[in-house]
Design a protein around this ligand. Sequence first.
Ligand code: GLV
Length: 328
Amino acid sequence: MSKPKILVARAVFPEVIARLEAHFDVEANQADTTWSKAELIRRLQGKAGAFTTGGDRIDADVLAACPELRICANMAVGYNNFDVDAMTAAGVLATNAPDVLTETTADFGFALLMATARRITESEHYLRAGKWTKWRYDMFAGSDIHGATLGILGMGRIGQGIAKRGAHGFGMNVIYHNRSRLDAALEADCRASYVSKEALLKTADHVVLVLPYSKASHHTIGAAELAQMKPTATLVNLARGGIVDDAALAEALRNKTIAAAGLDVFEGEPQVHPDLLTVPNVVLTPHIASATLPTRLAMASLAADNLIAFFTGNKPLTPLNPAVLAIK
Ligand code: GLV
């Protein structure tokens, strides 16, 4: 019997490709070429499955042009690159890669928070530029993490990981806002108190964004929200580009409406708003929050497991639209 055909849209670990090849006829993109939408559609012709990453958009046009497609497995926890409703309507299963990246991403969130609050990269650039000629009492004075108020917008698994690091490790007062309130046991575990978004913005010394991107969360932080924050506050975005209005943030950083920001994700990435590149009080990283090799391998393996389970008649591990399975 011939093997199902799948497309792996981006370069991935060779051992994951080898594993997929044991089950599928695989077309892989190990050259990691950036494909246009038309090229993605062309490559998906005749494919029953796709291994995607967060940059590969699967929408109604792609689905209409690729009627043989039955499953798309995303190597990311976020799945705003999928139009899940359109996939469900087309009978295409969507899967993501949650859990395996939670602790690694929470570690990174904390690293970005600390680098931002303590001005690590700004001071390193100063040193590398040969500008450090003498010590001064207020040189690169930042803000404290320990004992400060940490405000987390979006209290899913990664938000909870950041809350625990803050509360248990650094004695922070943790407040959060989320679509729904956590149950009392989880709140106690995270030592976190539920507040309104407005109260969070007004009282937090450090605001960390970990909410999923959707039309509803577009520009959750814009000029009005930045104006509500303390002038000494920092803002960290490790969720998705588009949750912050990057142009408004660059202006707020330039005007010192807030003290500093740390960004791992950007509107229109890998493009970065040019104004963000010219303000010194922002730490910029290229969407690497989950980037440790063991975690990236676990994410890729989970996407592969989902494809293998689906085509071997087993239940995929992390389906986003399980109704599709019920119909089959
Ligand atoms: C990374 O951004 C992910 O969603 O996994």
